[in-house]
Write a protein that binds this ligand. Structure first.
Ligand code: 6R9
Length: 653
């Protein structure tokens, strides 16, 4: 064990950004919300639950008599799809656009709440015709098209839990997830458009459901690309044929607040994927509240765009459930940011006058690499709030985002949360918080999070350790599907009575929280725990570096040595001088202990399909080991290129 088990707290950030006065004056949430929630946490959440329309109002907020198995609003009854669709039509907002869909080839389509109600009702009737009933599971394996949201809402409407599997996953991954959830029906498409051409989805489904003992009775296929598909009579059915003949009326039945809403598998780096179970009333309460408060949503005037894929939790909570529960107008985009050109995102912002944009650090760093001149060609003046999620956002990327996308005007909210937390947990509030680039700052009102050391003792301001959540929250996972023991072992056994998030974190001198990456990635160098995130942020703050990934590799003298993989910016040349300069830059920024032993310029970094850097594989390379599982990589050839470079790279010794 190290002498100093806590993470060292190296990165200092002095820049501050006050909320714009105009936004602060009309903000949905003021600083009082923190006080109110602190004085009466459960009362605060009971009040937020009143944003929803309940068939039976809950009288009990939280049953925590059998921790960590929480029951929120358990005697309340509601229908989630009714809350996301029908009630907006009943309130007179049926003509409001729910979804502006932009296809990658340039086709577009706008769907109002009234139209969405008809489509969801037809799809719900269609699922009933196929024999799907309350309590069943339906797998959804789709591109980013409106039918994906419609299918999810149709499941919710009839009380069947959906299990969305990201369309980029293989037949094997799909088969494992179908099997674990015992899905009866798979909803898919012939394909979707990606990088300028149609990519197929149906063959993977055919493969997955042809395996022995499959529970799947029907495959419903949306026609998106028009490509040829193999067909199994009796099992396969076209979405349009099935839904068009259904009535557009369907009476939504109310279910218990704790009725399962969905299962979403987290790939994890090791072991079987975990089926994270979310339920209805608490989940919808928190995603609606956080979408409204964190983005300062004004549903009458804002145009919101979250660039995530619906296959990830960000798409579930902040494309489907949060925005639709709030009656928002949003953009949904099918494709990639560089198809047909690198300004595609900004063209979409300009076209729909997007006012709230929610994207990921990996995308922001890519835009930085492509150059400031690209967003500068578009009118981005409609933007008023920018959000970030998925990884720590390096201070330089934060500054770039605010300056080049937000016109030096918009707040940037760095939102920390997980598939397991269901909704945003730690984030600035755009009308309240004085923002610090790189920090998610404070737990939201009603949320209790802190940083503890190995002994579960809360660290003082200025200290580092592990992020924990110390009180239950409405959108928390209820268990791992079919495996309560694994739920207990993974999240609730490391620190008694506290949820262990698996992330390293520190508190700065003001008590603000900084996320420092997964604890498995933390490096131990000469007895000091150093976070990969801090060293990466230091590297990215050098003008020649676009992206960086840092790992600790076994080292005879220091235990672990820091090895950095960097992507250089357009014009920077890969020379020994530059490598030396980068090493010194890190030393000057963080201190000599954090100087990387080796720095390797590379063309690409290995990333998961949701855009997170896979340091585990880089560690394998740095330690000359056989590569571990590469199946969750977006592009596995990246690793070959990186491995080829390694022997030639200069090292300090
Ligand atoms: C929403 C989502 C969860 C993990 C989480 C953490 C990382 C997400 C972050 C962040 C630093 C942020 N993460 N947001 N790290 N700052 N704002 O991404 O869910 O796919 O389950 O990943 O992502 O490591 O533990 P999920």
């Amino acid at each position: 064990m190290s002498e100093n088990p806590s993470l060292s707290n190296l990165l200092k950030e002095e820049r501050r950004f006050a909320p714009p006065a105009e936004l602060a004056a009309q903000a949905n949430v003021t600083a009082e919300a923190y006080e109110q929630a602190k004085a009466d946490r459960l009362g605060f959440w009971a009040e937020q639950a009143r944003r929803l329309t309940w068939a039976t109002e809950p009288t009990e907020t939280l049953d925590w008599s059998n921790p960590p198995f929480a029951k929120w609003f358990q005697d309340g009854r509601l229908n989630v799809a009714y809350n996301c669709v029908d009630r907006h039509v009943e309130a007179g907002n049926g003509d409001r656009v729910a979804i502006h869909f932009e296809g990658e080839p340039g086709d577009s389509r706008s769907i109002t709440y009234a139209e969405l109600k008809d489509e969801v009702s037809r799809a719900a009737n269609a699922l009933l015709e196929l024999g799907v009933r309350k309590g069943d599971r339906v797998a959804v394996y789709m591109p980013m098209i409106p039918e994906t949201a419609i299918a999810m809402l149709a499941c919710a409407r009839i009380g069947a839990a959906h299990s969305v599997v990201f369309g980029g996953f293989s037949a094997d991954a799909l088969a494992t997830r179908i099997e674990d959830a015992d899905a009866r029906v798979v909803i898919t498409a012939d394909g979707g458009y990606r990088r300028g051409k149609p990519s197929a989805l149906k063959p993977a489904v055919d493969d997955a459901v042809s395996r022995e003992g499959t529970t799947v009775e029907h495959v419903v296929v949306v026609r998106r690309t028009g490509q040829e598909v193999a067909w199994t009579e009796g099992r396969d059915v076209w979405w349009h044929e099935l839904t068009q003949k259904q009535p557009a009326e369907h009476t939504a039945e109310a279910f218990e607040a704790e009725h399962p809403l969905f299962i979403l598998y987290t790939s994890g780096t090791t072991g079987r994927p975990k089926g994270i179970l979310h339920t209805s009333g608490g989940y919808l309460t928190q995603v609606a509240y956080t979408h409204w408060s964190v983005f300062d949503l004004k549903p009458e005037t804002d145009v919101y765009w979250c660039t995530a894929d619906v296959g990830w939790v960000t798409g579930h909570s902040y494309i489907v459930y949060g925005p639709l529960a709030n009656g928002a107008t949003q953009v949904m985009y099918e494709g990639t940011p560089d198809t047909p050109h690198q300004g595609r995102f900004w063209e979409i912002v300009q076209k729909y006058k997007v006012s709230i944009l929610y994207t990921a650090p990996t995308a922001i760093r890519t835009f930085m690499k492509w150059g400031d001149d690209i967003p500068a060609k578009f009118d981005l003046s409609s933007l008023r709030v920018l959000g970030s999620v998925g990884e720590p956002i390096n201070p330089e990327a934060w500054i770039w985002y605010r300056k080049h996308i937000g016109g030096d005007r918009t707040p940037v909210v760095d939102t920390w949360w997980q598939t397991e937390t269901g909704g945003i947990m730690i984030s600035p509030l755009p009308g309240v918080t004085e923002a610090k680039p790189g920090s998610a700052q404070r737990p939201l009102p009603g949320i209790a999070a802190t940083v503890v050391d190995d002994e579960a003792t809360e660290v003082p301001d200025g200290g580092g350790g592990y992020l924990v959540l110390t009180e239950p929250w409405p959108s928390m996972l209820r268990t791992i599907w079919g495996d309560d023991q694994r739920f207990l072992d993974t999240y609730w056994s490391r620190f008694e009575g506290k949820y262990f998030a698996g992330d390293g974190a520190k508190k700065d001198d003001d008590g603000d929280i900084w996320l420092l990456g997964r604890v498995d990635d933390v490096m131990l160098v000469s007895g000091h725990n150093i976070s990969t995130t801090e060293v990466e942020s230091a590297l990215v703050s050098h003008p020649s570096v676009a992206e960086a990934a840092v790992v600790g590799a076994a080292d005879e003298t220091t235990g672990q040595a820091i090895v950095a993989f960097v992507i250089l910016r357009g014009t920077a040349a890969e020379t020994a001088d530059l490598v030396g300069e980068l090493r010194n830059h890190v030393g000057a920024t963080l201190g000599p202990i954090a100087k990387p032993k080796r720095i390797l310029p590379v063309g690409e970094l290995p990333k998961t399909r949701s855009g997170k850097i896979m340091r585990r594989l880089l560690r394998d390379v740095a330690e000359n080991r056989q590569l571990g599982d590469v199946t969750t990589l977006t592009d596995s050839t990246v690793m070959d290129l990186i491995q080829e470079k390694l022997p030639a790279a200069p090292s300090e010794d």
